[in-house]
Design a protein around this ligand. Structure first.
Ligand code: N01
Length: 534
């Protein structure tokens, strides 16, 4: 049958309309490339479009979690809160798209199904649901946490109540008033949504497999004096924040927990707990590097849980026994306190696991049936590689990316992949991405990619491809650095450990944002060392 799809020829295709894709579109357009962005969703915003669950908000301060590329934009925008709620971030993203007239080059509701490289004509053949496109470059801005992890419980489809995943939440408000609700999972999404759902629900059951460390977010309205101070010198502040390991103003104490006295530990942890947010991770310079140092932080948080939660058995169940930060530290608003409510019950599914769903709830392996009207799957994502796995990406040697990455993702700087010429990945595995302020990492990648393409055009190159040696060397380095920290010591999505059968490999680069930028700049200054150009 004749393929009736529209055919287009472009210089660049961008996949995904989150913060990465939108800025990528803007920069490539400015560089003179005929560019089009394809987005599966009905709207733009990526993470902030899909994650509309109650309580969803950012854990990086809003004045830093925003684009830095336009002085007028950063001056005119006013953030209402210290940590922005999902809706406010989505409004900002829409404002940016309107202000820079991006929508005209964005095609919504169009999933990219395949991208196949044609090595003879040096172009990507991209197949979307509606259109076939030929393009010199293909830029994957598909997000690190965009492919939902949906558990495959027996009987889930038979459940007659409503089922939601936090990462694919309905656009209209979900009313839990008086309902018997079950939340499965206790990661960041659960920890933000549980206190909100508990306020509405008739009864809330929390199904916990692994407890998580959380610190109070201490969200509040934006401090006007601070906003004024930052806006008076935004560029300088941004420059300074980019010199920090996490690419934002997370102040790391130079002192070590292992050489601090009990009193010093307590003073520092209390101060950080009171200030709120992920600043807690900077309490001591060895917190993420040394097990004994980390234990001091873990004990402090466990002590807080013991004080906040009135039922000692529940408090005990909520106490994690892993290292602080090796699963992403959560920032909450009243999470532990929620377990003091009469309408909230914590169920430990590590010892008494979910057996099957029934039409009216969940059977645990003990035989106990928990009656439910609504189920919220706060079960996270197939992180960093999941979104790419859904697209049939085939490189120059007819090998798919899924096949190439079957033992774990291998790429050069998280930007380019050997065997996949002219394909770039924004904030891919092997880059600092999820361990930093994403907005800063995204902008650095987008600008690096744009500079690279402009340089190629100037020099008359039509093809760029990471060398096998460069990507192997880089991934070895990424793993070596991770092994110096506590990060690989628990079962996190950073390692792919949350997805059955996914190879265990530490995916983000933990060496810090500044050294990573230095490496990227060095590669560019040496005429893209580690890449083959032709
Ligand atoms: O996902 P998660 P998330 N049966 O993977 C459990 C960012 N984020 O959506 O730990 C039962 O962290 C799983 O249990 P276990 C942030 O980077 C940021 O919460 O695997 N349980 C875990 O408890 C974050 O880290 C914010 O044993 C199952 C939970 O589900 C990342 O997104 C807010 C299960 C999943 O936790 C992901 O967070 C929200 C199963 N089959 C998200 N499968 C901010 O604050 C999984 N679980 C900015």
């Amino acid at each position: 049958m004749k393929d009736e799809k529209k055919q287009s020829k472009l210089d660049a295709v961008v996949v995904g309309a989150g913060f990465s894709g939108l800025y990528m579109l803007l920069k490539l357009r400015e560089a003179g490339l005929k560019t089009r962005l394809y987005e599966a969703g009905e709207g733009i915003g990526g993470t902030w479009y899909w994650n509309r669950y109650p309580g969803a908000r950012c854990d990086v301060p809003s004045l830093q979690y925003s684009y830095a590329f336009d002085e007028d934009l950063q001056q005119e925008w006013n953030w209402p809160e210290r940590y922005s709620a999902q809706g406010d971030i989505l409004n900002y993203i829409q404002h940016v798209a309107d202000r820079f007239d991006l929508m005209k080059d964005i095609q919504l509701s169009t999933r990219v199904k395949a991208a196949i490289y044609d090595d003879i004509d040096k172009k990507w053949l991209i197949d979307t649901e509606k259109e076939k496109v030929e393009s010199r470059f293909c830029i994957m801005a598909t997000g690190c946490l965009s492919s939902a992890n949906l558990p495959t419980y027996t009987g889930l489809n038979d459940f007659k109540g409503r089922t939601f995943h936090t990462g694919n939440w309905p656009k209209t408000k979900v009313d839990f008033s008086g309902k018997i609700v079950g939340v499965i999972g206790t990661g960041s999404s659960a920890i933000q949504s549980i206190p909100e759902i508990a306020k509405e629900a008739g009864h809330l059951y929390v199904f916990q497999r692994t407890p998580n460390f959380s610190v109070p977010a201490e969200n509040k309205i934006v401090d006007e004096a601070l906003e004024k101070k930052i806006k008076a010198n935004y560029e300088e502040f941004r420059k300074e924040w980019a010199t920090k390991p996490f690419a934002y103003d997370l102040k790391v104490n130079e002192g070590k927990a292992t050489s601090a006295s009990k009193e010093e530990l307590l003073v520092e942890y209390e101060k950080r707990w009171k200030d709120g947010g992920l600043m807690f991770l900077g309490a001591f310079s060895d917190l993420l590097l040394d097990k004994a140092a980390n234990d001091t932080a873990a004990n402090f948080i466990r002590g807080k849980i013991e004080k906040i939660v009135t039922d000692p058995k529940v408090a005990q169940m909520l106490m994690p026994d892993h290292f602080v930060g090796c699963k992403r530290l959560c920032a909450d608003s009243g999470y532990y306190d929620t377990f003091n409510r009469d309408n909230v019950t914590l169920l430990d599914i590590s010892s008494n696991s979910i057996d099957t769903f029934s039409e009216k709830g969940i059977y645990l392996s003990s035989g106990k049936h928990v009656m439910l009207e609504d189920v919220v799957l706060a079960t996270g994502f197939d992180a960093m590689t999941g979104a790419l796995d859904k697209i049939n990406i085939v490189g120059k040697d007819k090998i798919s990316l899924k096949e190439k990455w079957k033992e774990g993702p291998v790429s050069y700087l998280g930007l380019g992949i050997s065997g996949f010429p002219n394909l770039f990945h924004v904030a891919g595995p092997g880059s600092p991405s999820v361990l930093t302020n994403m907005l800063v990492s995204i902008q650095q990648h987008v600008e690096w990619i744009t500079d690279c393409i402009s340089w190629m055009d100037k020099k008359g190159f039509s093809k760029i491809e990471a060398s096998r040696e460069a990507e192997v060397g880089w991934v070895t380095h990424v793993n070596e650095v991770a092994d110096l920290t506590v990060y690989p010591l628990c079962n996190s999505w950073y390692l792919g450990a949350n997805i059955p059968g996914k190879p265990r490999q530490f995916m983000p680069y933990v060496g810090g944002f500044p050294p990573y930028v230095e490496k990227c700049n060095d590669v560019a200054n040496k005429d893209y060392e580690g890449f083959h150009l032709s």
